[in-house]
Design a protein around this ligand. Sequence first.
Ligand code: PEP
Ligand code: MN
Length: 351
Amino acid sequence: MVVVMAPEATQEEIDAVVALVRSAGGDAFVSRGVSRTIVGLVGDVDDFEALNLGSRGGVLQVMRVSAPYKLVSRQHHPARSVIRVGGVPIGPDTLSVIAGPCAVETPEQTLEAVRMAKRAGACLLRGGAFKPRTSPYSYQGLGERGLRILAEVRQETGLPVVTEVIDPGSVDMVASYADMLQIGARNMQNFALLQAVGRAGRPVLLKRGFSATIEEWLSAAEYIAQRGNLDIVLCERGIRTFETATRNTLDISAVPVVQRLSHLPVIVDPSHSGGRRDLVVPLTRAAIAAGADGVIIDIHPEPKTALCDGDQALVESDVREIADAVTILSPLMGRTLTMPVRAGALPARAA
Ligand code: PEP
Ligand code: MN
């Protein structure tokens, strides 16, 4: 069950709803969105019905939601959300390109990759300092040293930083460097991690697990929302199928399906989907045509020497093609290509 509070509801009115639900033996989680506050109830629906919450001050609507996810559902939030990352919007009217190296290796490699990313049309930079690799013998990332490099590159290029966090214990530390916290495919159902980023006061990029259904993916997003953070962007990054010609199979239909089910923005990762450089441009075009709100792309100045995912990293000659794809296709889809804003400093975290 969810309680939708009126835009003008006071903190006291919200607190009163939470107290009532708790007095009935349930629990309540408050999520503040841009335009309204939602209280998600956990417990016995019949007990909640008896509270007659609809008649309480500040309450706009009380809804039974049958889906296993409520706060991220479009049922009670028909307008599609715009999520801001370091001032950069991701939402229904824009196309946002996030690009950068799969892994941060050196300051020079990261800076050069991000300069290429800007030429490709990027407004946000990506780069992994903590790499959740399938094999423990593969490159695991530079850790906090990598985050410091990303912060320096943000200063230099003005692009806000999107980076992955892989365990609940380091969420606060990563959030002290990053504008947006990425949850990787392998951690999509790491519920302790989802709850931790839900409390971190930073927007979250939630990648789809490679064997997760859309319902499981949205339920994972609900874990984040339930802890008070509705600033979530979903990322389709390919799923595991019988096909071996590509690393994963890009589930392009997930884009419109999720946009019908959820108000959250949905972007596509054409790099991890195909796992092949030659597919990144066509899959980017497909993503935009399917209505994606953005793309996230791996770029490397020298993919042959890359410590992670070199086969899918774009090189300089591909950058022009991406820039053409995003600038030509955005207006055809009724979107404005998001331009970089000069971020420089990391914004304060949400309360
Ligand atoms: C990544 O974006 O660097 C990454 C590891 O992706 P995924 O979690 O989708 O495999
Ligand atoms: Mn990668």
